[in-house]
Design a protein around this ligand. Structure first.
Ligand SMILES: *Cc1c(COP(=O)(O)O)cnc(C)c1O
Length: 344
């Protein structure tokens, strides 16, 4: 059976153009800085994000963790939103790898209020850790792919700098945010000292993420990447797909957003299902299925039998993600399948 896979945009496969670009890629040893395709991808990424330099990393997780290491010293404290990816899905790396502790703030639709951030910054006191970093996630995954409003980003960046603190943006889906806001991605990236974004999600590359920042930041980060085993040799094969991702796939994300909205509107009419439509901004739809009297994993199992894959756990909630390869008729089929299950 052919599945309609709505679990994540990470399931996207490389396009034919990517496969051809990979086959033909000119490569060299990137640890020596001699891979022309990696160098081209890094230059392109730095330019698009409006930063001095960029570095290819194996995954978003590696990128975030390397950035935290580069911005902080052990014993310091960093401020994050309580449901962010770095806290939830990175295996406790903050403490293990960087030796920092986390100060968590509850956000609204994933956005931390700048006043709350300012109140959480530690004083210059012998007892307290130094606050050295603020992390923002844009779009915010667990909040439903929500976009952090520009004025919040700007105020966060300004107050961080008043306090001598850096800002890291987990921008795994920053191109979805830029598509939603209809601005060039550098307009968003300018409110962070470092940004990580993924090539391997909605942008369809098979492997890889990018970290951008100042020349000085990236040169220190390269050393941490090497320490973490992320110094790759003929990585240009991966970069070749990444270049297609940046050139082509960043321009088609509105299609995924339109499909997500269609999906959310359809699901929201089903009795027992509730969706906060304010959170449906990009390609993620989080459904409260409390009224169906089943857990997310139960609904996910029953949808699987109908050829549809979604992510759900022990809570009465499921997540749908639209992406390249999901068409309008797939969305319609998914809505019909949920309708049938809700009626049973
Ligand atoms: C997917 C994701 C990451 C990590 O990316 P991987 O490549 O899966 O390690 C980081 N942050 C957010 C918000 C994500 O959605």
């Amino acid at each position: 059976m052919e599945f309609i896979d709505l679990r994540s945009d990470t399931v996207t496969l490389p396009t034919q153009e990517m496969r051809e670009a990979m086959y033909k890629a000119e490569v060299g040893d990137d640890v020596y800085g001699e891979d022309p395709t990696i160098n081209k991808l890094e230059e392109m990424a730095a330019d698009m994000l409006g930063k001095e330099d960029a570095m290819f990393v194996t995954s978003g997780t590696q990128g975030n963790q390397v950035c935290v290491m580069t911005h902080t010293r052990p014993g310091e404290e960093i401020i994050l939103e309580e449901k962010c990816h770095i806290i939830t899905y990175e295996v406790g790396g903050l403490g293990y790898l960087s030796g920092v502790q986390a100060r968590l703030i509850k956000g609204k639709h994933g956005a931390m209020n700048p006043e709350d951030i300012e109140a959480a910054i530690r004083e210059d006191d012998i007892h307290q850790p130094r606050t050295s970093l603020i992390c923002v996630e844009n779009t915010h995954n667990r909040a439903g792919g929500t976009v952090i409003p520009m004025d919040i980003l700007r105020r966060t960046y300004e107050l961080a700098h008043e306090h001598g603190i850096s800002v890291h943006m987990d921008g795994a889906r920053i191109f979805n945010a830029a598509t939603y806001l209809k601005v060039p991605v550098k307009e968003i990236a300018k409110y962070a000292d470092s940004v990580m974004f993924c090539l391997s999600k909605g942008l369809c590359a098979p492997v890889g993420s990018i970290v951008v920042g100042s020349k000085e930041f990236i040169s220190r980060a390269r050393k941490f990447r090497k320490m973490m085993g992320g110094g790759l040799r003929q990585a240009g094969f991966l970069a070749a797909a990444g270049i297609v991702a940046l050139e082509k796939m960043t321009k088609r994300l509105q299609e995924d957003h339109d499909n997500a909205r269609l999906l959310a509107e359809g699901l929201n009419t089903i009795p027992g299902i509730k969706i906060d439509m304010d959170t449906v901004q990009t390609n993620i739809v989080i459904c409260d299925i409390g009224g169906l009297n089943m857990t997310g994993s139960e609904l996910s199992r029953r949808l699987f039998e109908k050829g549809i894959r979604v992510n759900g756990g022990n809570s009465p909630s499921v997540r749908f993600v639209t992406h390249h390869g999901i068409e309008k008729q797939d969305v319609e089929k998914a809505i019909e399948a949920v309708k049938l299950i809700a009626k049973e």
